[in-house]
Each structure stands twice: as C-alpha cells, then as structure tokens.
Design a protein around this ligand. Structure first.
Ligand code: PH2
Ligand code: MG
Ligand code: MG
Length: 172
C-alpha cells in the first residue's frame, strides 16, 4: 500500500535553504518514496523558548511504500547523515529536521511516533507549506479542515514566503 504523506522540513543552522534542498534530494534517492509535490521555501520565526535564528521551512508531499516506523527510521538516517547533533535540549537549533506531519488518514500514538504530528495544527510554519500543496487537507485526528486552524494562531508566528523550489534543483 502506498500512503500519501506530508513531511515537514526545517533548518536554522548553516545554509538553511541549501540544507532543505539537500534533504529533499536525499529523500528522493530512495525507491520506497515517490514524489508528489513540494511547497515553496518560507522564512519563519522560531517557535521556541530558546532564543535562536529564524528557520527556513518547507514541506514535501510523497507516497511511501512502507510503514510509518520505516519512514521515521529513514528520515532519521538522513538527519544523521546531514550532521544533525543534539545538545540534549528540546527545540535546540538544527541543521535539518524532518518530521512526518501526516500519513494518509492514519491516527497513531506510539512512544516513538505521533501521527498527525502533535503540533501540526498549532504551528503556522508547518501548516502553511502543507496547505500550499493541498488547501483541502483534513486533519484526520481533529476531523476539521487544516486551514481552519490557521486563524487561531497568534501573529508572532511569522511565516514569509521566500521562493518556489524548482524541479531542476531537486533533480526532477
Ligand atoms: N521546529 C521546532 C521548533 N520551532 N520553529 C520554526 N519556525 N520552524 C521549525 O521548523 C521549528 C520551530 C521543533 O522541531
Ligand atoms: Mg520538528
Ligand atoms: Mg523532528
């Protein structure tokens, strides 16, 4: 079975635009993943209690021929390969962060993985790129259009579109 999956991509260390692009290229190398669409790149204010630089965020829409846990492992292997290190704090700055936001209509709460992403409907930087790809997304857990949650978010979560990602630069 192939599931329609939205993956959130974020970076705020190093060349963040380049890190996001590279992570997409790395994902596309795997035969289990099929590209369906990608959002623009956005510059976003950090949502964190730790002061840190702005992020670049985007989202990719794919189908995945495997389980959610196999996708999580795959994304973590790319994060590691790209040099992500943890300083032990939650929400510390990162070279790359690849999060499963939506996995078809699946609702899952396990120790290692929550789907949809627990913060998706609270974070403009996660919702705006997904809604650019598909404005009609329904949140399968909350059973409401994802777009409805955008209106509830405070203005401090600024999200500014930087530019489109061309098919060329991700090798398609
Ligand atoms: N990721 C976080 C915490 N805060 N803020 C922005 N703007 N973008 C992110 O990707 C982000 C964040 C935890 O993963
Ligand atoms: Mg994250
Ligand atoms: Mg993450």
């Amino acid at each position: 079975m192939k599931d329609r999956v939205f993956i959130g991509i974020g970076s705020n260390v190093g060349d963040s635009e380049e890190n996001c692009i590279r992570s997409i290229k790395e994902m596309l190398k795997d035969g289990r993943l099929r590209f369906q669409g990608v959002s623009s790149l956005y510059r976003t204010a950090p949502v964190s209690t730790i002061p840190q630089d702005d992020f670049v965020n985007c989202a990719i829409f794919v189908s995945w021929a495997g389980s959610p846990l196999s996708l999580l492992e795959f994304l973590m292997s790319i994060e590691n390969r790209m040099g992500r290190v943890s300083d032990g704090r939650k929400d510390s700055p990162r070279v790359i962060d690849l999060d499963i936001l939506l996995f078809g209509n699946l609702v899952l709460q396990e120790h290692s993985l929550t789907i949809p992403h627990a913060e998706l409907h609270k974070r403009r930087f996660a919702m705006v790129p997904c809604l650019e790809i598909d404005p009609q997304i329904i949140h399968p857990g909350l059973r409401r259009p994802l777009a409805k949650f955008l209106g509830k978010i405070d203005d401090q979560q600024s999200v500014e579109r930087i530019r489109k990602i061309s098919m060329d630069e991700i090798g398609l």
